[in-house]
Design a protein around this ligand. Sequence first.
Ligand SMILES: Nc1ncnc2c1ncn2[C@@H]1O[C@H](COP(=O)(O)OP(=O)(O)OP(=O)(O)O)[C@@H](O)[C@H]1O
Ligand SMILES: Nc1nc2c(ncn2[C@@H]2O[C@H](COP(=O)(O)O)[C@@H](O)[C@H]2O)c(=O)[nH]1
Length: 403
Amino acid sequence: MGEAPAFFLDELHKGVPNGFDLKSNGGETATVVVGNTTYLIGGSSNESTFSIRVQTFDQSSGEWVYPTVLGTAPKPSKGFSAMLLNEDRILVIRKGSTPDDFAWFLEVDTQYVRQQKKILGTEVVAWSKGVRGKAEKPVVISGPSGVGKGTLISMLMKEFPSMFGFSVSHTTRAPRGMEKDGVHYHFTERSLMEKEIQDGKFLEFACVHGNLYGTSVEAVEVVADEGKRCILDIDVQGARSVRASSLEAIFVFVCPPSMDELEKRLRARGTETEEQVLKRLRNAKVEIEQGQSSGIFDHILYNDDLEECYKSLKKLLGLDESSNAGPETAPKWVDLPVDHSLSKIDQKIIISSRTPELEKGSKDMFVLDVSSLKGGAPGRTRGLNIYAMSPFLDGLNGIHELS
Ligand SMILES: Nc1ncnc2c1ncn2[C@@H]1O[C@H](COP(=O)(O)OP(=O)(O)OP(=O)(O)O)[C@@H](O)[C@H]1O
Ligand SMILES: Nc1nc2c(ncn2[C@@H]2O[C@H](COP(=O)(O)O)[C@@H](O)[C@H]2O)c(=O)[nH]1
């Protein structure tokens, strides 16, 4: 595994498929060899911006392969640099990008990519954007309809607005009176949702009480992009799928004190028809059985007294009284040098300016610490840490933590 030799690159250039603009991209094409496959990441240029594209070359057959590219690709930028991070992913740095959108990972052999290869029967690569800050695991909350999941989640979001973000699911059920599209759910048509499921846009989906519900990859990404911890309110089937996916999460199951109390709450909420209430209660029995015995869940909570249950939820999430200290300081702005090179020392990527930055306050070197990465496709890669280093101004000890 490594960089492609120069002669091989020349051969590649001859056969480059249409749309790939390697020459004008001036050395910004990355070629990474993994076994018999060369991953070619190149720009297709449009005036002064490059859209990043991926192609693979199978050395044994001598053929170009068009992999299925999953995830949202990075937006066009002034250019990019790339390097092999480890056996399963390539790091791509977008030049001249905003600080919250500079680091991307092209996964070539992660668990998710291998899974998708099997499902789709094609070569697969997947994009995942790197996000800075703490790498707290998402929280999956399941339980029968009417047990109080939504109530508990609202309390958490109200008390810790800067810490948690809600994953807005898609559903084919009709909105209830107060529900807003895009806030409580993305209300959608079944045929459209089925097409999007086919296109790999969903992390999980399930038929629940006669309607289709699902968590799109984007719903989880939006929360990670805000630097928040994602909360998913999904049924047991969905929790099972997430458990089997590469999204590492904490799984919580909420039980009612009794079936009578559950029925009381569902009826008191007054949002379902009699037929729906009966259906939801029938399904509740199965869900409670599965929730308690399937081994999917890390924690089981009993929602009898709401305040007590909320306290237990906070405790298992590691939120004691002192955690309510207000929002974390926002990560500082990073002004990466546009013309830079990348090198790697252990789990640290050194981003060095090719031309010393002369402007007051600009930095010449950055260290991207990738030792605590979490998550990845589908979704964001969390836990990215970046430091500025000014060897010319401060000596090599001049490290400033930015996040
Ligand atoms: N501990 C509790 N004691 C009494 N009532 C409660 C308790 N927890 C929640 N409730 C009430 O029960 C009803 C159902 O709660 P909620 O809507 O949060 O359930 P849910 O689990 O989110 O249901 P669904 O899965 O259908 O969305 C609401 O009217 C809520 O106010
Ligand atoms: N598998 C999924 N289940 C979901 C999702 N969003 C919600 N749900 C579950 O559906 C039922 C019913 O919800 P309601 O809003 O109609 O009362 C409830 O158990 C939710 O947890 C999802 O994206 N995937």
